[in-house]
Design a protein around this ligand. Structure first.
Ligand code: UT7
Length: 310
């Protein structure tokens, strides 16, 4: 049996914060942000909105596409660095808001690599026969941990959620290979201490991101027994368009085959890959039967890649 992505959904808060809006509160410019990051705008949640609220909307859409009821979900996984509370888990709140029937539910934190880690966890539950339907959501409200007076980080992030339903299936759709890595000694490059705000050493993080994702992609391809020519679309974590372009160059994959929607959302951390996957699907850039390469990098450090047949 394979692990099939049977449903996709996304949700971003209505409120849009443009680069021009940021020019009014920070010593920055639309020109700097656009040329250095590719970001034009990001969505920001209202103060009272939590990660589980964004996750509910994304999940409902994914469940609809999969054609299954919340009651059929055995496992609810939420990848987030901005949970509703320290405990209970955001996954428990999500399961309750959706009307699931006592599923196993837990959060995990792998920062921006959360969705890649989550696909591996979901795949393990499905392939071991311990679950038949897994709901995996990346949901983040980074606006709550941003230091809005720090121009080096405040311009980069946005809020949002992306959800997938994974189902045991005997058609050809499957997760073919996964690579997941971490390096805790570099924690200081990108971190948020409890009760404090996010801090990042941008330049060093940038270098590590390109190198690590390139290695993970090549390893995931060889584990899947595929070459880059087999891949219909690369969907990388959306942190910076220059990172995405540098990765495409290192992998020697044409830019048209590497998906980017960072201009609309900024970096939504664990939500960025499922949001990008959702939009790539809606735009007809991926279809059933296509081989897709996903890759992420984030605080931890954590990084990884997944090859799947959609
Ligand atoms: O999702 C997890 C992974 N995250 C990442 O991978 C992010 C990785 N890092 C980056 O994307 C980039 O390093 C940044 C976008 C954060 C920064 O770009 P950079 O080209 O590395 O710029 P820099 O940090 O070297 O800064 C260049 C200059 C500095 O001024 P001086 O020292 O040269 O006078 C900064 O103070 O740009 C200045 N600067 C800004 N200027 C206007 C930094 N932020 C801003 C800003 N507006 N928002």
């Amino acid at each position: 049996m394979g692990s099939k992505i049977s449903g996709l959904g996304m949700y971003v808060p209505e409120r849009i914060l443009t680069n021009h809006d940021l020019e009014k509160i920070l010593d920055t410019s639309d020109e700097w942000i656009t040329t250095r990051t590719g970001i034009k705008e990001r969505h920001i949640a209202e103060e009272w909105v939590k990660a589980s609220d964004l996750a509910v909307n994304a999940s409902k859409e994914a469940l609809d596409m999969a054609g299954i009821s919340p009651k059929d979900i055995d496992v609810v996984l939420v990848a987030t660095s901005t949970p509703d509370m320290i405990f209970p888990s955001t996954a428990c709140f999500l399961a309750d808001k959706l009307g699931c029937r006592n599923p196993m539910a837990f959060d995990f934190s792998a920062a921006c690599s959360g969705f890649i880690y989550g696909l591996t966890i979901a795949d393990s539950f499905l392939k071991s026969g311990k679950a038949s339907n897994v709901l995996l959501v990346g949901s983040e409200v980074f606006s709550k941990i941003i230091d809005w007076s720090d121009r080096t980080t405040a311009v980069l992030f946005g809020d949002g959620a992306g959800a997938v339903v994974l189902t045991s299936s005997n058609d050809e759709s499957d997760i073919l290979s996964t690579v997941m890595k971490s390096e805790g000694s570099h924690w200081h490059l990108l971190h948020c201490q409890v009760g404090e705000k996010l801090r990042m050493q941008g330049r060093e993080t940038f270098k590590q991101a390109v190198k690590s994702m390139e290695q993970a992609c090549n390893k995931a391809l060889s584990k899947a027994g595929l070459t880059k020519e087999d891949i219909k679309l690369v969907i990388p974590h959306q942190a910076n368009i220059r990172i995405i372009d540098a990765l495409a160059e290192k992998l020697e994959i044409p830019k048209e085959k590497v998906y980017a929607n960072i201009h609309k959302y900024g970096n939504t951390s664990a939500a960025s890959i499922p949001i990008a996957m959702y939009e790539a699907y809606k735009e007809g850039k991926i279809n059933r039967g296509d081989y897709i390469l996903l890759t992420a990098f984030g605080g931890g450090l954590t990084w990884g890649a997944v090859v799947l047949k959609f």
